[in-house]
Design a binder for this molecule. Structure first.
Ligand code: 3PG
Ligand code: MG
Length: 335
């Protein structure tokens, strides 16, 4: 039997290096199960990044992911297809591309919880072409995140940040009223400050770490959020905001955190994100972190063992929390 597995192997990269392999590791139990059950081939596919141009092809080649997966699970029966988004049909949920993916396969297993909010060929259309099942990770995510959908212990605090602002503002608008507090940092805070789209009161940073340029070694200065030095950029939340955010997080009984507070990949702008990570770890309620970058931050801060659930989904978990039906889940009869 040849099984097509859609995993979410959209991991953060640093050049051609996998900067955090949490999503690859999270995909292993389903792959191992299929191997144990005697699959002749397990054909894994995933998108990687958001390639737009021809030049992006080198940057977003699946090769580093393939190599890492091979290290973690050396079995010749596992093959990894090239980045699904290299085919322009993928994001259009094109059936022609879905047929290419399904070609030669007997079964489709969707384990890509992190991409379940996307109706794309590899997450949606293909599920109608083969007998389709949910993978172990997808099921575990639905079970754990489901706890946030019911009656949660309060205060329920949502912490949001990161760069994919357009994707998340609408979701937060719907979610904000379910939470007792919404803390916003990172790029998202800048956008919200400029034109607040929310009908609830979000807690925004008071101060920032301002940088003279977008550079890991840039000259820095702590500045009030409203008055960054002319032409400087806010690349992290400042010390006062860290304390204020951390206090709100520690006092929570339920937490959902998605998105870093700044450019934490650069050590000098990591402190805000790490302060949030540590505070979430110190909170004794039900604590959930989701999204590729936030999960990386949790690992780098060394607090992964102190959280209730580390979700592989960022946008997907936000949309699930909003109460939306996720297309990648809806397409699987028994998920
Ligand atoms: C994610 O990292 O949020 C998922 O892999 C989906 O990626 P996307 O936001 O580029 O669709
Ligand atoms: Mg996303």
């Amino acid at each position: 039997m040849v099984v097509l597995v859609r995993a979410d192997l959209n991991v953060p990269l640093e050049g051609a290096r996998v900067a955090d392999d949490a999503r690859i590791r999270a995909s292993l139990p389903t792959l191992q199960l299929l191997l144990d059950e005697g699959a002749r081939e397990v054909r894994v596919c995933s998108h990687l990044g958001r390639p737009k141009t021809e030049e992006d092809r080198a940057k977003y080649s699946i090769e580093p992911v393939r190599a890492r997966l091979r290290d973690l699970l050396p079995d010749e029966r596992i093959t990894v297809l090239e980045n699904t988004r290299f085919n322009p049909g993928e994001t259009k949920n094109d059936v022609g591309f879905a047929r290419e993916l399904a070609d030669g396969c007997d079964l489709y297993v969707d384990d890509a919880f992190g991409s379940a909010h996307r109706a794309h060929s590899s997450t949606e259309a293909v599920a109608h072409l083969l007998p389709a099942y949910a993978g172990l990770l997808l099921l575990a995510e639905l079970e754990h995140l489901g706890r946030l959908l019911g009656d949660v212990d309060r205060p329920f605090v949502i912490v949001a940040g990161g760069a994919k602002v357009e994707d998340k503002v609408g979701v937060l608008q719907n979610l904000g009223s379910r939470a007792d507090r919404v803390l916003i940092g990172g790029k998202m805070a800048e956008d919200v400050r400029a034109a607040n789209p929310f009908t609830f009161d979000a807690l925004l940073p008071r101060d920032i770490v301002a940088a003279a340029s977008f550079d890991a070694e840039a000259e820095t200065r702590i500045a009030p959020y409203d008055e960054p030095p002319e032409g400087w950029l806010g690349l992290d939340i400042g010390p006062e905001s860290r304390e204020e955010f951390a206090a709100a997080i520690r006092a929570a009984k339920t937490i959902f955190w998605n998105g870093p507070m700044g450019v934490f990949e650069w050590p000098r702008f990591a402190e805000g994100t790490f302060a949030v990570a540590r505070a979430v770890a110190e909170c004794d309620g039900f604590t959930v972190v989701g999204g590729g970058d936030s999960v990386r931050a949790v690992h780098e801060a060394g607090v992964a063992d102190h959280l209730s659930w580390i979700s592989t989904g960022g946008g997907a978990s936000l949309e699930l929390l909003e109460g939306k039906e996720l297309p990648g889940v809806a397409a699987i009869p028994e998920a």
